[in-house]
Ligand binder design. Structure first.
Ligand SMILES: Cc1ncc(COP(=O)(O)O)c(C=O)c1O
Length: 389
């Protein structure tokens, strides 16, 4: 045993690497179809690209204010009013950050202390857990149950301690596709008020909603508006994951501190790319957003019926572009084993369910990403149909 000081930080030791990268490597090695990565095949709207090009030519090449250009904060405020039914002041309530990821990290560093507990629904999105851990907070898990990913108030009450400071939701959710209903949000609002908690809500998939389901932002409830930290962005809606444009909406009393952290970590979101997003918000019609739901709703149906036909059990998602499926009929001791068997037999890569659970609950699940071009899904379905269970 050496006593060298050349070690990684305790904070880094807490971070969990997901299997997504490994599955992609295995998939590439065998020329398979990669349904593991959460990347969407949609084209970037021309008007969004043009907005960014034009902005570079027009001289938007410098640091912007810590919370983003006035143009994007104003555009986001208009979008929030028309789409989310939320009144936000571009000056007091909006911080543009390095993607939704940057917005959430800034909010966590600004609002959470070491040891604060944050209730998080399981299955979860791994970045949420790692972001909380990096901020020194402790995730506390409450299970949602398939097929509709329901949860109980008793389960929430059971995990409350004097250290509980916040609850986090993701609606529509990655990986299970849950879209929280008004009744569920009402229950959560009461719960947050009763226990004096913040509510973090990641709404990055807000335009990917299917069937009769509706995206509802918790901040529309005036009783909890001041304790709600809304995280969203344009990575998914405009298929610009590499641009890093996301935002945080919060009450004026939190804005400066979250903005200060955002400044410290990211300085600002890329300025010409902020203008690309402004161009999209200002010019794309409602039909653009509606066709996202129609298109991916149909792709979801195709992949779910193939999975059912071959004897697996997909939990049909209400939103986002992932299907969590019970694949316990595929041999294997855990999610990784099953995902590898599926990849070897069919050439389709998925993410082992263990990436979304802190315990063995994920052993029987894998996640399929269907944010893909129709042709890719056709090929994936043809390959999946060859499986022998
Ligand atoms: C739930 C969720 N939030 C946030 C992100 C990342 O968003 P951004 O690219 O804006 O950081 C993802 C990406 O997969 C996600 O699934």
């Amino acid at each position: 045993m050496t006593n060298s000081k050349l070690t990684i930080s305790r904070r880094s030791e807490l971070l969990v690497q997901s299997e997504i990268r490994n599955m992609s490597i295995e998939c590439d090695a065998m020329g398979g179809i990669n349904l593991s990565q959460g990347v969407c095949d949609m084209d970037v709207p021309e008007i969004v690209k043009k907005g960014a090009h034009d902005a570079i030519e027009a001289g938007y090449n410098f640091y912007t204010r810590y919370d983003g250009l006035p143009e994007i904060r104003e555009a986001i405020a208009r979008k929030c009013e028309s789409f989310n039914h939320l009144k936000v002041d571009p000056e007091k309530n909006v911080i543009v950050s390095g993607g939704a990821t940057g917005a959430f990290y800034s909010a966590c560093l600004a609002l959470l202390n070491d040891g604060d507990e944050v209730i998080i629904f399981e299955p979860y999105y791994g970045y949420h857990i790692n972001t909380l851990a990096a901020a020194g907070a402790v995730p506390v898990f409450v299970r949602m149950h398939p097929p509709d990913w329901t949860f109980s108030l008793q389960a929430l009450e059971a995990v409350i301690t004097p250290h509980t400071k916040a609850i986090m939701i993701n609606t529509p959710a990655n990986p299970c596709g849950k879209v929280f209903s008004q009744a569920e949000l009402d229950l959560l609002a009461d719960f947050c008020i009763r226990h004096d908690l913040f509510i973090f809500t990641d709404e990055i998939y807000e335009y990917f909603v299917y069937d009769k389901h509706k995206h509802i932002s918790p901040a529309t409830d005036p009783r909890i508006q001041d304790r709600t930290i809304t995280i969203s962005g344009y990575s998914k809606a405009y298929s610009i994951t590499g641009w890093r444009i996301g935002y945080c909406l919060c009450d004026a009393k939190w804005k400066e501190t979250i903005g200060f952290i955002n400044d410290l970590v990211y300085v600002c979101a890329p300025s010409p790319l902020q203008m690309g997003v402004v161009s999209g918000i200002n010019h794309l019609s409602e039909e653009y957003y509606q066709q996202i739901s129609h298109r991916f709703g149909a792709i979801r149906d195709q992949l779910c019926s193939t999975l059912t036909d071959i004897g697996l059990t997909p939990f049909v998602p209400q939103g986002a572009y992932y299907i969590l499926a019970d694949v316990s009929k595929i041999a294997g001791k855990d999610g990784k084993d099953r995902a590898m068997n599926l990849l070897r037999q069919t050439g389709v890569a998925t993410v082992p369910g263990n990436a979304f659970y802190h315990d063995a609950m994920g052993d029987n699940f894998v996640r399929f990403c269907f944010g893909k071009d129709e042709k890719v899904i056709d090929q994936a379905c043809a390959k999946l149909s060859k499986i022998k269970l």
